[in-house]
Write a protein of this length. Structure first.
Length: 320
């Protein structure tokens, strides 16, 4: 059965039936003109992102459930990077009329499963016909009484730390692009991010001065912090431990694995800056320091071992 056969409202009925139980934040879920979501903090953190077939995912590389996980993770990570707790997702699906209804159902399964990791649920959305399969997601979150952790708070002397996998998704993309399907660890990382959502709120409570999720590349995303804070950032290449599958894949493909680590995105790790006396748990890997802007004279405010990154573009840019 295709989505055209099911019709718009048949599609909506099938999808909403798979979204699971509502979280305590959801006062009114799917089925009305709009959802009603509690905002105990009296402030709502909001973020939106779109995944376009051929640009962000390929159906011959990823299952519908994989795409659901990725679409939810891209937005939930933004909420976590503000130091907030995710509460709800809104999803718009634009699909060709010949899309199998089972694909949309499995997409909903992935969205619901990823949201459940954070205690959030899908509360509504929209559907439309489109020649290009597109999934647009909006995430909402609650600050639980804390100040948001923004990009503009980093100060010289702070340490830079990363939580979560880094470089894995980019390596997986390179492997799939060359027509291979292994190592599985890296290919699966491209298909489904593993995001340490809870550490966003933990970082906020620990006094993080700035934070961002690594979606476009560590150098590019830390460049946003450097620009917003008016500082420089110096990373240490030797701070990163390369797992054996990544080393093996890099050797087989003839690439520098540090390009995946430093400029690869889509892992949605959390990168944050902390005051130098902060006692960080083992969840965080210290990878560099915040320096005076005059200490970084080239690039976008981020250096590697005191020098400009020489590996090419520092991350992903949709319009380049």
């Amino acid at each position: 059965m295709t989505v055209a056969t099911a019709g718009e409202f048949g599609l909506i009925s099938r999808v909403t039936a798979r979204l699971g139980a509502a979280s305590p934040f959801v006062l009114l879920g799917p089925g009305d003109d709009a959802a009603v979501v509690a905002a105990p903090d009296a402030r709502v953190v909001a973020s939106t992102d779109a995944l376009v077939e051929g640009r962000h995912f390929r159906r011959d590389w990823s299952s519908a459930r994989d795409v659901g996980h990725r679409a939810a993770a891209a937005n939930l990570a933004d909420i976590a990077a503000m130091g907030a707790r995710p509460t709800a997702l809104l999803v718009a699906l634009c699909a060709p009329a010949n899309l199998q209804i089972s694909w949309a159902e499995e997409l909903a399964d992935g969205l619901a499963a990823e949201a459940a990791k954070t205690g959030a649920t899908v509360v509504g959305g929209d559907t439309s016909s489109s020649p290009t399969l597109t999934i647009a997601v909006t995430a909402l979150g609650d600050l639980e009484g804390r100040a948001p952790v923004v990009r503009s708070g980093a100060r010289p002397g702070d340490v830079v730390a990363v939580a979560g996998r880094i470089g894995h998704a980019a390596a997986g993309y390179s492997i799939l692009s060359r027509g291979f399907r292994a190592p599985k660890l890296l290919v699966d990382a491209h298909r489904r991010p593993e995001v340490p959502y809870h550490l966003g709120a933990v970082a906020a409570r620990m006094g993080a001065t700035s934070m961002i999720d690594v979606s476009d590349g560590l150098l590019a995303d830390l460049g946003h912090i450097a620009a917003a804070s008016g500082v420089g950032i110096d990373l240490r290449r030797d701070a990163f431990t390369l797992p054996e599958p990544m080393l093996a894949a890099a050797t087989a493909l003839g690439v520098d694995p540090y390009d995946w680590i430093l400029a690869g995105g889509d892992d949605h790790a959390l990168a944050a800056t902390f005051p130098p006396d902060t006692e960080l748990s083992a969840d965080w890997l210290v990878v560099g320091s915040v320096v005076a802007p005059s200490s970084v004279t080239e690039g976008d405010g981020v250096a590697v071992d005191g020098r400009r990154y020489a590996g090419g573009a520092p991350g992903w840019d949709h319009f380049r």
